[in-house]
Unconditional design. Structure first.
Length: 162
């Protein structure tokens, strides 16, 4: 299943829906993670907050291909996208194991195929380097086999990269 998480406005909604099985819109109309870890222990992969991200762990956990479209924010995800990713901590468990010679949380849903990041907006070479590092660490933590990062100065080529 292909899941697209994005921070774009409504003008891109139809295009994104045409390329995804599930769409998560990072529009800020949800609460930020409270850090209670209930999605790890009390009610696995389900947030106690009853908003549109309550089941986000299960949606992201089912993704074989995860595509994140985000505006560059100093070499990382936009705050709206980062809030969604924070709320998705329940895709793993509180237990740890070794992956790639390093300790990581045990995956609740197993390994998956592609972690793809499409970054738009102005970005310096240093910010690109930071973004590559952050995205690679996220790929490992989320259990994806491959990573692809695309940098777009504007969104005119977005559909070709999906």
């Amino acid at each position: 299943m292909k899941v697209i998480l994005h921070d774009l406005d409504q003008t891109y909604a139809d295009m994104i829906r045409a390329h995804a099985d599930e769409v998560i819109t990072a529009d800020g109309k949800y609460a930020p993670c409270q850090g209670c870890f209930g999605c790890w222990t009390k009610h696995p992969a389900e947030c106690f907050m009853k908003d549109k991200l309550q089941q986000v762990c299960r949606v992201i956990g089912a993704a074989d291909e995860m595509v994140i479209i985000t505006k560059n924010l100093y070499g990382s995800y936009s705050t709206a996208v980062k809030n969604v990713l924070d709320r998705a901590i329940g895709t793993s468990t509180p237990f740890s194991n070794y992956r790639g010679g390093q300790m990581h949380h045990t995956l609740r849903y197993g390994k998956r195929d592609l972690w793809k990041i499409i970054v738009y907006g102005e970005i310096t070479d240093g910010e690109k380097e930071t973004f590559r590092y952050v995205a690679e660490r996220n790929r490992i933590n989320e259990g994806y086999e491959r990573i692809e990062i695309v940098f777009l100065e504007d969104l005119s080529r977005l559909e070709a990269t999906l």
